[in-house]
Write a protein that binds this ligand. Structure first.
Ligand SMILES: [Zn+2]
Length: 488
C-alpha cells in the first residue's frame, strides 16, 4: 500500500495536537487525578482478569474450605502474585476442626404418591444411616422458646422449618430483582439454627429438609453445624420446585411421607490446615502502616464460585498487577488478602484479625469486593461516618472518570470487611449493581458464563484508586470507637 502524503500530514498534525493536549492536561489536572487516570488506563488496556477468572473457575474449580481445590487455588494465586512481582507472598495457615467432602443425596415423596425430589446435602451434614423414611412436619420456630410446643411430637419425623419465599417466575423476563432484605444478624441466626437442630436430635427427628430460596431448579448451599463440626442431623437442600411441592402437599395438615438418603459424604478424621493467600507492595515512607484489599477465595462446591467470589479474587489480583507494573511506590504498604472460610462465617478473616491483633492499630482501611458481577456504584462505609469527608475527596476523580456515585453510609455485614470493622479498623464494602449474584450465588449456576468483563474492570479500577490514594494520605483514616458488640 502506498502512503498517501495527505494522510502523513494529518498524522503529524494530530501528533502535534496530542502533545499540546497532553501538556494542557498535565497543567490542569492535579497529580492525584493524573495518577488515577494512569491506573484506570492500565487496567482498561491490560487487564488479565478474564483469563485469571476463567482459570480459577474452569481449571481449578470449586474451592470449598479444606478441600484440595482450595489448596490449589491458594498456591495458584500465590504464584500469580509472584509473577506480578509482589513482595512477601505467602500462605497463612489457620485450622478447621474437620474438612467435609460431598457425597450423594437422593430424596423422594412416598405418600401421597411416589415422586422424586431434587436434593443436595447441606455443607458439613452427616450421612443418613441408609435411606430414612418419615412423615413430613413443619416446625415453626424463630427462637428457642418457640420450640417447646413441639416437645414429644417429633419422633421419627423429617422436618421443614421455613415457609417458601416468593419465587422468581419463569414469565418474568428480564429477571426482576427482589427488593433488598433488611440486614440480618447472621451470627445470631446461626446460633439459633444450631440450638434448633440439637433440640430436633434430642426429640428423635431423622432429618431436616431446607428450601433453597432460589429459582429455576437452582440449589442454595450453606453450612449446618458449628465451627466445622459435623451437624447434629442429616440436612439437605431441595430445589425451590421440590420444596414448593412438599409445601403444597402438606396443606391442611395432610399426611406426607418422604425418604432421604445422604451417602458417601466424608469428614476428615483430624483438624485440617487451611490458608489465606497474602501479598504486598511495601510502602516507601511508612511501611508499617497498611491498606488492605480483600476478597474471598473459597466458594461453595456445587458451582465454581465465579461470582462468589471469583470476581473479587480477579479484582484483587488485577489491582496488584496494575499497581506493581506502574511502579507507583505508595507511601504505605498495600496488602492483598484472599481469604478462606468466608462461606462458613467469615472465618478466614477472623483468624487473620486474631493472628495480627497487634498490627490492627496500623491498618488504615480495608476494602472488600464480594458482590459478583455488577459495576461498583459506590463504597459502603459500614457505619464509619468519620471517614466520609476524606474518602469523598479520594474518590472524587472516580466520580468524574467512571461515574462513581456519592459514598454510602450503609452497613453490610456479610463479608470479610466486617471482621476488621468489629475491632475498630475502618472496613468497607463495594456496593454493586445487582447482576445475577443473588440468583445464582451458592448454587450450581455460579459459573464463568455469568461474568461481565466491563464490570470486572470497573471493580479493579475502583479498588486500585481507593487503595493507592488511601496509602498516599498524610494520615491514616480516622477511626470510630470500637463497637461494644462481642464477637460471636
Ligand atoms: Zn461471597
Amino acid at each position: 500500500m502506498t502512503r498517501n502524503p495527505l494522510h502523513a500530514g494529518a498524522l503529524l498534525f494530530s501528533a502535534v495536537l496530542l502533545l499540546v493536549g497532553s501538556g494542557l492536561l498535565a497543567q490542569q489536572e492535579d497529580p492525584l487525578a493524573a495518577t488515577d487516570r494512569q491506573i484506570l488506563t492500565e487496567i482498561a488496556e491490560h487487564s488479565e482478569q478474564m483469563a485469571n477468572l476463567e482459570h480459577l473457575t474452569d481449571r481449578i474449580g470449586p474451592r470449598l474450605t479444606g478441600s484440595p481445590g482450595m489448596k490449589r487455588a491458594n498456591e495458584w494465586t500465590a504464584e500469580r502474585f509472584r509473577t506480578y512481582g509482589l513482595s512477601n507472598v505467602h500462605l497463612e495457615a489457620w485450622t478447621i476442626a474437620h474438612a467435609w467432602r460431598r457425597g450423594t443425596a437422593r430424596a423422594r415423596v412416598l405418600v401421597p404418591a411416589e415422586q422424586a425430589l431434587a436434593a443436595e446435602a447441606a455443607g458439613w451434614s452427616p450421612n443418613t444411616p441408609g435411606p430414612v423414611r418419615g412423615r413430613l412436619l413443619y416446625v415453626k420456630a424463630e427462637k428457642k422458646e418457640d420450640l417447646e410446643g413441639y416437645r414429644g411430637k417429633l419422633r421419627g419425623a423429617i422436618v421443614v422449618t421455613a415457609e417458601p419465599q416468593p419465587r422468581q417466575r419463569v414469565q418474568e423476563r428480564p429477571l426482576v430483582p427482589r427488593p433488598p432484605r433488611p440486614e440480618r444478624d447472621f451470627a445470631a441466626l446461626r446460633r439459633f439454627a444450631q440450638e434448633r437442630d440439637e433440640f430436633f436430635k434430642a426429640e428423635g427427628v431423622q432429618a431436616v429438609l431446607r428450601d433453597s430460596d432460589k429459582s429455576f431448579g437452582l440449589f442454595n448451599m450453606s453450612a449446618v453445624g458449628r465451627d466445622y463440626q459435623p451437624a447434629p442431623l442429616p440436612t439437605a437442600f431441595l430445589t425451590p420446585e421440590s420444596y414448593d411441592l412438599l409445601w403444597r402437599l402438606r396443606k391442611n395438615e395432610q399426611l406426607v411421607e418422604v425418604e432421604l438418603d445422604i451417602a458417601g459424604s466424608e469428614f476428615s478424621p483430624d483438624p485440617v490446615e487451611v490458608y489465606n493467600t497474602v501479598a504486598e507492595i511495601p510502602g516507601g515512607e511508612k511501611p508499617e502502616e497498611v491498606v488492605i484489599l480483600g476478597a474471598h477465595l473459597d466458594s461453595w462446591d456445587l458451582g465454581t464460585g465465579a461470582t462468589d467470589n471469583g470476581t473479587g479474587v480477579s479484582v484483587v489480583l488485577e489491582v496488584a498487577r496494575a499497581l506493581k507494573k506502574l511502579d507507583l511506590k505508595p507511601k504505605r504498604t498495600l496488602r492483598f488478602i484472599l481469604f478462606s472460610g468466608e462461606e462458613q462465617g467469615l472465618n478466614g478473616s477472623r483468624a487473620y484479625v486474631e493472628a495480627h491483633k497487634e498490627e490492627m492499630a496500623k491498618v488504615s482501611a480495608v476494602l472488600v469486593h464480594d458482590y459478583g458481577s455488577g459495576r461498583v456504584e459506590t463504597i459502603a462505609l459500614q457505619g464509619n461516618p468519620q471517614v466520609y469527608e476524606v474518602v469523598s475527596k479520594i474518590v472524587a476523580p472516580l466520580r468524574q472518570m467512571i461515574g462513581f456515585e456519592e459514598l454510602s453510609l450503609r452497613s453490610i455485614s456479610g463479608s470479610d470487611h466486617a471482621s476488621f470493622n468489629r475491632v475498630g479498623v475502618p472496613g468497607f464494602f463495594c456496593q454493586q449493581e445487582r447482576a445475577t449474584y443473588g440468583q445464582t450465588h451458592h448454587s450450581q449456576g455460579d459459573t464463568f458464563d455469568k461474568i461481565v468483563r466491563e464490570d470486572l474492570l470497573n471493580g479493579a479500577q475502583v479498588l486500585a484508586v481507593f487503595a493507592y490514594n488511601v496509602a498516599q494520605l498524610e494520615d491514616m483514616l480516622p477511626r470510630r470507637p470500637v463497637s461494644p458488640t462481642p464477637a460471636p
